[in-house]
Design a protein around this ligand. Structure first.
Ligand code: ATP
Ligand code: MG
Length: 801
């Protein structure tokens, strides 16, 4: 130690420097958003390598997304000025896949195992639920999936769960059976779901200490970013990796010629790796996936003598933005008080905006983005966040109309499209021949006259004879299926066999243990989509959408070409792994000049010059689903806090007075969290659409009732959360009206087709239709000059003529 180059600590504050230079078994860095946690991790890695305290190969850094990993790798290399290959900088999932592919055989898994995504899981669960008639007991694929995921994140497998389950409860007995079947099928298909990737690695290490020792010996420095969002399984994985290697195993490794010299301590054991974790419990937003903040608060108990470094100064945002963030998060109880501050000054005020509809809100955002852009802010430095994916519709409509370059990060992903899943299923069926799910997907895609009855017959034949589905396909002629069907099945089997043959390396390749001589991934894909007839079926279809689908398949071919070029010598399984692990945030492309649209969850760890937080309404943020979750509103508040703290210079908070949700238009109420931001920090802009109807009322009274004792809004949210779950903590309409700046309530205004009305913006028009009931009645109006509009009668700025 002590040789750390000053270059690596220049420009760091004293606490950051301490965190970079500290050497010891365990280091915890806790700090608020934007205080340089990720930056400290990066500098720490560079410092370890530059001072020759560690080889790059001895470092394992865990980030939250593959994109964050790529960024960290680039920064470390930039700091070192040399390539630092051999470092493992990856997500939990990627690291575990690497380990499992190498060690698969120990746990009876094929190294070409398939990784099932959420849609695959649901397909399987749907079949199981149907077979067990479990839907009659209220099970759905989604509910079973959530429950299984929760158990796996707690490292509870079927046997563990069977011991804990209440066998007198038919519901639990049924669930256990679903879980058992699900596990059995994934096993049979040599497939793992995302939660398995972590859990199986933990099981592997626990069952095979010698395998674990290889990794415990290798990784001397383990660093974890966003530690507040680790769940129990991930926490356990880190524990396994940082265990010391006992003397007996060291001796054995030595005996096998695996070099351990110089690593052992006085007792002949290899000491545990040094562990650095960074996190912020105020940003924990994955409790619904089993993340446990206690992993942070109990770090000092788990690692006695751990060094704790607190970072306080924020380098990302203006003070106004930080003050808003501080004010909001201080409403969560049971947290360590910390206040973000910056030396950079107040900056601009936060801009608030209330649109009449979601489209109005979107129009405001589009206009603001244009004016920011004219003022010199690059599109790529602007982001729009929302709570639910459904909110993108209005935003996209307006952005397209305004010709704004934008990109939805993690929306409907390319790899989730049906035709892409079809083409991928062909590749998977070749790579992992026992994958029944993939085979059944392509059995009659494109249509080749193999019906569901045949599929079921093959599946049960396989089941009865303990064959794989693929083996059952080969034996199909003995099933009395008729010559046409049998012919189609064996034609498909032949295509798969031929493709598999293309993938075998040459004799020289086999000899050298490389992939030399094997066909490229792109060649195999082209062969499969052509010979199977998949591409022709799409090209020759009369469905106009199939043209786009064919183009998508061609795009996939283009992607495999890129993959082949960028990864010489890589295998088909490498390609499939890469595709499986593409996480939402990985589609970000900073180089492109586009505005990014993403959910608040995806926004974690990122920063932008200007941030638009949209739909700050009750029901969206906090989301209505959170109401039933213990700690739900507190977690939603952290999500809001994460959103606010992404902004460097400009923050916009917007909402709409009415919003279409679940196919209905409803009155939207301002989020309770808005009230928590001191009035003086927000500059509320009027909705242009409401200029006259609001009679100039500004939402200046937003905080008038703040602190008023006893009133519902004088009571802090935390008290509501703590003392009462049943008490309504919906904001009062009156307060809502002040925020939105309108006192309009048309109440029981009755409109009928033929009536003429006047709207403050759209002028006069004729009602053509009235739909909906009660407060959700909607008037369909044909305006004399403004065209057709739908208006929520209760709040629209209209009068009957
Ligand atoms: P989050 O909690 O949102 O993940 P973080 O604590 O990881 O935030 P970073 O992303 O590391 O924070 O840093 C926030 C911003 O501040 C980055 O742009 C980073 O480069 C900058 N920064 C951090 N420390 C310093 C410093 N000492 N001097 C100048 N800039 C800094
Ligand atoms: Mg960070």
């Amino acid at each position: 130690a002590g040789t750390t180059g000053s270059r690596l600590t220049d420009g760091l504050n004293p606490e950051q420097r301490e965190a970079v230079e500290y050497r010891g078994p365990a280091l915890l860095i806790v700090a608020g958003a934007g205080s340089g946690k990720t930056r400290v991790l990066t500098h720490r890695i560079a410092s370890l390598i530059e001072s020759r305290e560690a080889w790059p190969s001895q470092i394992l850094a865990i980030t939250f997304t593959n994109k964050a990993a790529a960024e960290m790798r680039e920064r470390v290399q930039a700091l070192l000025g040399e390539s630092a290959s051999g470092m493992w900088i990856s997500t939990f999932h990627s690291a575990c896949v690497r380990i499992l592919r190498r060690e698969a055989e120990s746990i009876g898994l094929s190294s070409t195992f398939t990784i099932y995504d959420s849609a695959d899981q649901r397909t399987i669960l749907k079949r199981i639920i149907k077979e067990l008639d479990a839907d009659t007991m209220g099970f759905t694929p989604a509910s079973a999936q959530a429950k299984i995921s929760k158990l796996k994140n707690e490292l509870a497998d079927v046997e563990t769960h069977a011991r804990n389950a209440n066998m007198n409860d038919p519901q639990e007995v049924m669930f256990l059976e679903i879980f058992r079947q699900y596990t059995r099928r994934l096993r049979a298909a040599s497939a793992l779901d995302f939660d398995d990737l972590i859990a199986e690695t933990v099981y592997l290490f626990r069952a095979f200490p010698k395998v674990a020792a290889l990794y415990q010996r290798r990784f001397r420095h383990i660093l974890v970013d966003e530690y507040q969002d680790t769940n129990h399984a991930q926490y356990s994985l880190i524990h396994e990796l940082t265990r010391p290697v006992p003397r007996e195993i060291v001796d054995e490794l030595d005996a096998h010629g695996i070099l351990v010299r110089g690593m052992t301590d006085g007792s002949g054991a290899i000491p545990g790796a040094s562990l650095t974790v960074v996190g912020d419990s105020d940003q924990s937003i994955y409790a619904f996936r089993g993340a446990d903040i206690r992993n942070i608060s109990e770090f000092e108990r788990d690692f006695p003598g751990a060094k704790v470094v607190l970072l306080e100064q924020n380098y990302r945002s203006t003070q106004n933005i930080l003050s808003a963030a501080n004010a909001v998060i201080s409403n969560n109880f049971d947290r360590k008080e910390k206040k973000l501050w910056t030396a950079d000054g107040d900056g601009d005020k936060i801009v608030g905006y209330t649109g009449y509809t979601a489209h109005d809100e979107a129009q405001f955002i589009a206009d603001e983005i244009e004016s920011l852009h004219r003022a010199g802010v690059a599109y790529r430095d602007i982001a729009v966040f929302y709570r639910t994916n459904a909110q993108t519709r209005a935003l996209e409509e307006i952005f397209v109309r305004s010709a704004l370059p934008y990109r939805v990060v993690g929306g409907t992903k390319f790899y989730e499209r049906a035709e892409i899943k079809d083409a991928m299923a062909y590749l998977i069926a070749v790579a992992n021949p026992v994958d029944e799910l993939a085979l059944r997907r392509i059995l009659n895609t494109p249509k080749r006259g193999i019906g569901p009855a045949t599929e079921t017959a093959l599946a049960s034949f396989a089941e009865q004879n303990e064959l794989s589905f693929r083996q059952a396909m080969r034996a199909a002629d003995g099933l009395g299926l008729g010559p046409k069907v049998t012919g189609a099945i064996s034609a498909l089997a032949n295509v798969l066999d031929e493709a598999a043959a293309m993938l075998v390396p040459s004799a020289e390749g086999l000899e050298a243990g490389t992939n030399a001589g094997a066909a490229k991934v792109s060649d195999v894909l082209v062969f499969l989509v052509e010979r199977s007839g998949l591409l022709d079926a799409l090209r020759n279809s009369r469905d106009p959408q199939d043209e786009t689908r064919a183009e998508n398949v061609e795009e996939l071919v283009a992607q495999t070409r890129d993959f082949d070029r960028e990864n010489p010598g890589a295998t088909l399984v490498d390609f499939l792994t890469q595709v499986s692990l593409v996480a939402a945030a990985d589609e970000l492309d900073d180089a492109s000049g586009t505005v990014s649209l993403m959910t608040l969850h995806t926004a974690k760890g990122l920063e932008y010059h200007a941030v638009f937080l949209t739909g700050i309404e009750e029901g969206l943020l906090p989301h209505q689903m959170s109401a039933s979750e213990p700690g739900g509103p507190a977690e939603e508040r952290r999500l809001f806090y994460v959103g606010i703290t992404r902004a460097r210079k400009r923050l916009y908070l917007s909402l709409a007075m009415s919003r279409a949700q679940f196919g209905e238009v409803a009155v939207a109420m301002p989020s309770r969290y808005l009230q928590e931001i001191p009035e003086g920090l927000i500059d509320w802009r009027q909705s242009p659409g409401m200029a006259t109807s609001r009679g100039g009322t500004q939402p200046r009274a937003l905080n008038a009732r703040r602190g008023e004792p006893g009133g519902a809004w004088g009571t802090r949210d935390r008290d509501l959360e703590r003392f009462s779950v049943t008490r309504s903590d919906k904001p009062k309409t009156e307060w809502a009206n002040r925020v939105t700046g309108t006192v309009r309530d048309n109440g029981d205004l009755t409109l009928a087709p033929g009536d003429r009305i006047r709207h403050t913006d759209f002028g006069e028009g004729k009602v053509t239709q009235v739909t909906g009931e009660g407060t959700k009645r909607i008037a369909h109006v044909s305006f004399d000059t403004a065209g057709q509009k739908k208006l929520l009668i209760k709040i629209a700025p209209i009068e009957k003529l």
